[in-house]
Design a protein around this ligand. Structure first.
Ligand code: NDP
Length: 447
């Protein structure tokens, strides 16, 4: 599978040691595919066991999260915090609450986060956390009790110079408020240990919008560099209507694109003339499903199968829902529907076969670890504001975000050129992220 025998051995060992952890193995395999291009040129990588160390988390914490539901019944969930790599800075990465959460998913997210954070140019290591708890359908009291119980254990491993969580799937402003509040109470300190906080208690303007906005800035730079075009008039389909999807929809529409399809767990809507993206954002803010989007004229349609989104004729796709939501047959349908560019807003939404299909058919493709880094980059800006005890205006944050996304794109693109794969941003993103972490690990000895 890999040209380098060293990498082949590392991968086979990884399969044995992480048996059953499909998502984690998938993320490692994509990463090793890029490293394969350079590993033989630098014997230190093998001599210093760099790859073996990079694919093993520095610390993996699993804990019980007991809480009491509204009927007085005790429920038990499993909590995680994976501190993957702190070579370039304190661990940083979101917290996911979803029934699907398990060790493999949190490990793959923390692993990817390491290289994503390196790409931002900020001194942030990689981590991720979460629990197999689904906030959907729970009362506010239940969510608060759950968050408090999660934090009653997680606080031991967190701190402003140690590990700084944020939100992710199922963890938005409400959950961060409960998590941060309890952390503050038991640690008896007010520090920037969480990002994505509310504005009244140290949050940054534009942090909630940053991943979606950053995705559009990255896509604009990519379009301009690879095709000499911009987003104006482009038809875009976006999966997921949560934090990333709905904000990407609004920014892309503001940049002149037409959002012709969106989805959530209830299904997908499409409209040739463009969806009302403000209405979608409002529906989700009111915790409603897209099935409630009014279908009051013939060019708007709704299907209960969210996968039908990938059949909608369009130019560009932003998958912004969850991992492995696009397989090879979805990728084939996307190509048939005219899609020429795919920019990942979610983490690893396209499986490896889908990515190969895109790359083999000249469909421009950007991996999430580069394209969705705007969220963590703005978290970095929130941390800076917290430590300086000041807050920047939305315009200032937006300008910095735009600049960071442009730099990330250029770094990935230039790296792809340097290794003889111009425009292959999977290779570019992995190698550019790797280079920074590798250098820091090499300098710090065997730890
Ligand atoms: P949210 O929970 O806010 O939104 C997720 C959205 O996806 C929801 O609308 C949900 O539907 C929908 N959804 C879930 N599964 C599917 C599916 N199989 N098909 C279609 N829609 C689906 O999460 P975020 O927007 O925060 O995160 C989305 C992705 O982006 C994740 O992969 C996350 O790791 C990644 N990401 C997030 C960042 C952030 O700043 N938030 C930063 C970087 C990456 P419903 O509303 O019905 O539940």
């Amino acid at each position: 599978m890999f040209e380098s025998q060293y990498l082949q051995n590392v991968f086979e060992n990884c399969l044995k040691r992480n048996a059953g952890e499909e998502e984690f193995i998938q993320a490692v395999s994509e990463f090793l595919g890029a490293i394969d291009l350079i590993v033989e040129k630098d014997p230190d990588i093998e001599r210093l066991g760099i790859i073996e160390r990079m694919i093993e988390p520095e610390r993996l914490i699993t804990f019980r999260v007991p809480w009491v539901d509204d009927n007085g019944k005790v429920r038990v969930n499993r909590g995680f915090r994976v501190q993957f790599n702190s070579a370039i800075g304190p661990y940083k990465g979101g917290t996911r609450f979803d029934t699907s959460v398990n060790q493999s998913i949190i490990k793959f997210l923390a692993f990817e986060q390491t290289f994503k954070n390196a790409l931002t140019g900020l001194p942030l290591g990689g981590g991720k956390g979460g629990a197999d708890f689904n906030p959907v359908g729970k009362s506010e009291g239940e969510i608060m009790r759950f968050c408090q119980s999660y934090m009653a254990e997680a606080y031991r491993y967190l701190g402003p110079n140690l590990d700084i969580p944020a939100g992710d799937l199922g963890v938005g402003a409400r959950e961060i408020g409960f998590l941060f509040g309890y952390y503050r109470k038991i640690k008896n300190e007010f520090t920037g240990t969480f990002t994505g906080k509310g504005l009244s208690y140290g949050g940054s303007l534009l942090r909630p919008e940053a991943t979606g906005y950053g995705l559009c800035y990255f896509a604009s730079e990519m379009l301009s560099n690879l095709r000499g075009e911009d987003l104006k008039g482009k038809r875009i389909v976006i999966s997921g209507s949560g934090n990333v999807g709905s904000n990407a929809a609004i920014k892309a529409r503001n940049l002149g694109a037409i959002i012709v399809g969106m989805s959530d767990i209830s299904g997908m809507i499409s409209s040739e003339k463009g969806i009302d993206v403000e209405l979608v954002k409002k529906l989700k803010a009111d915790r409603k499903f897209l099935s409630k989007y009014p279908i009051d004229n013939p060019e708007v349609s709704f299907s209960e199968d969210y996968r039908n989104l990938w059949k909608v004729p369009a130019d560009i796709a932003f998958p912004c829902a969850t991992q492995n939501e696009i397989n090879k047959s979805d990728a084939e349908r996307m190509r048939e529907g005219g899609i020429f560019m795919v920019v990942e807003g979610a983490n690893m939404p396209c499986n490896q076969e889908a990515i190969h299909h895109f790359l083999n058919n000249n469909i421009l493709f950007a991996p999430g670890k580069a394209a969705n880094a705007g969220g963590v980059a703005t978290s970095g800006l929130e941390m800076t504001q917290n430590s300086l005890h000041l807050s920047w205006s939305a315009v200032e944050v937006d300008l910095r975000l735009k600049e960071i996304m442009k730099n990330i794109y250029q770094n990935c693109y230039q790296t792809s050129v340097r290794v003889g794969k111009p425009g292959n941003l999977v290779v570019g993103a992995n190698l550019a992220g790797f280079a920074k972490v590798y250098e820091a690990m090499k300098a710090q000895g065997i730890i």
